[in-house]
Design a protein. Structure first.
Length: 382
């Protein structure tokens, strides 16, 4: 089958790889209809992780079940399904606690597995024609038959739940004010989720004009950090900080005036974390779905290469702030968010800017990585 294969930094190719097989009676094989490119893929694409050439990318996958193992009970051939990016067993201690992003079964020696991702286990990605899904009854979320809401449902694999997770980690409640750093797909979903949860005022901070425009379209107040310190811009408007803050940027955060290409020399990995500590009012909370890694081959300093960042922890303590981090436990949210899409209460596909055939993946990676031509969220259709 055809699949998107990582070759070297800034290069992927569509190549023939072996078809996936049922390896365990709990497996299914899914024929992929949609697989998205994620900001998380770009960390690997840019050579900023330990990912080795040859890995098949793709952790945001949906499709139709083609084959089921003998022990799969509720999923059937022909079912339309979307898979959380987390691969999880459903029965380990973390899964039982709802922490399916930290499953200890699927990636021995580590807590957490994912498709097509460095250090997340043997699971081959779904930017391909077919994909093996283990523990299929647990990992395949059923969807209504047909083709309706395809782009909305595809976002249930990661970014809609992850944006919601950011709002959940920050404990966003009705009537609150929220600052969301990053207006990439995850940031836009964090803005959207904060509004769904009833926030009164949401600030969206970025410097890519198309992305800030999308945030404004759904009701956020856009703040361009190239036009001045975003914390000051928010405090000047409000006369105070905000109740809650969300980091949807991660360790490749850049300083003001950096090129949209995100030149490494412009990176300041701790900038957003310290701005959050600054902008959130005393007793508030920080939700940090933005990715931070313990090993970054391209780190801007020796300590950054180890993921050791300097934080204003004294200020955080003094303000009595709480914070939450980590991979999204997609299973906690995906069925509920699916039902919001079906009932017409949510339409996350407003973030999708491009839908292209699998063969065009190399070009889509290049443009998405440069955040050019309005590339905000790309869905590949094998
Ligand atoms: N926790 C999880 O489960 C999970 C899941 C998916 C993605 N992620 C992570 O979430 C982050 C965002 O993902 P994405 O797909 O939206 O990525 P993205 O790269 O498309 O978006 C990041 C945005 O942050 C902006 N940015 C850079 N520096 C900034 C700064 N100093 N202040 C404000 N904005 C700044 C960029 O311009 C860009 O628009 C990534 O780190 C990704 O790895 C985490
Ligand atoms: Zn993703
Ligand atoms: Zn588990």
């Amino acid at each position: 089958m055809k699949a998107v294969v990582y070759k070297e930094p800034f290069s992927v190719a569509v190549e023939n790889v072996p078809d996936p097989k049922i390896l365990h009676p709990n497996d299914t094989i899914v024929r992929i209809t949609s697989s998205c490119i994620c900001g998380s893929d770009l960390h690997m694409y840019e050579g900023r992780t330990a990912a080795e050439p040859g890995i098949v990318f793709g952790h945001e996958n949906m499709g139709v079940i083609e084959e089921v193992g003998a022990a799969v009970k509720d999923r059937k051939v022909g079912d339309r399904v979307v898979m959380p990016f987390n691969v999880a067993c459903g029965f380990c201690k973390n899964c039982l606690g709802g922490f399916t992003g930290f499953c200890t079964t699927v990636n021995p020696g580590f807590a957490g597995g994912a498709y097509g991702y460095v250090a997340m286990g043997p699971w081959v990605g779904g930017q391909a024609e077919y994909m093996q899904v283990p523990f299929a009854d647990f990992n395949c979320l059923p969807l209504p038959e047909g083709t309706e809401h395809e782009a909305d449902f595809a976002l249930l694999a990661d970014i809609f739940p992850t944006g919601y997770h950011g709002a959940e980690l920050a404990g966003v409640r009705p009537g609150e004010s929220v600052a969301v750093f990053g207006a990439g797909p995850v940031g836009l979903m964090a803005v959207y989720s904060s509004l769904i949860r009833g926030a009164a005022e949401v600030y969206s901070i970025d410097h890519v004009p198309e992305r800030l425009a999308k945030a404004a379209e759904i009701g956020a107040i856009p703040i361009n950090y190239d036009e001045g310190d975003p914390v000051k811009q928010i405090k000047d408007r409000r006369g105070t900080g905000v109740d809650k803050g969300i980091d949807a940027v991660g360790y490749q955060a850049t300083k003001a005036g950096s090129s949209a290409v995100g030149g490494q020399q412009d990176e300041v990995p701790n900038i957003v974390l310290n701005q959050l500590i600054d902008v959130v009012n005393p007793t508030g909370a920080l939700g940090i779905p933005g990715l931070y890694v313990p090993s970054d081959p391209g780190g801007v300093s020796e300590s950054a290469s180890r993921g050791a960042l300097s934080l204003n922890f004294g200020r955080l303590f003094e303000k009595g702030l709480s914070l939450g981090t980590g991979q999204c436990n997609v299973k906690q949210y995906n069925a509920y968010l699916r039902d919001m899409i079906i009932s017409g209460r949510a339409k996350p596909s407003f973030v999708v800017s491009h839908e292209v055939p699998l063969d065009e993946a190399p070009d889509a990676y290049t443009k998405f990585d440069r955040r050019e031509d309005g590339y905000t969220k790309v869905i590949l259709h094998p």
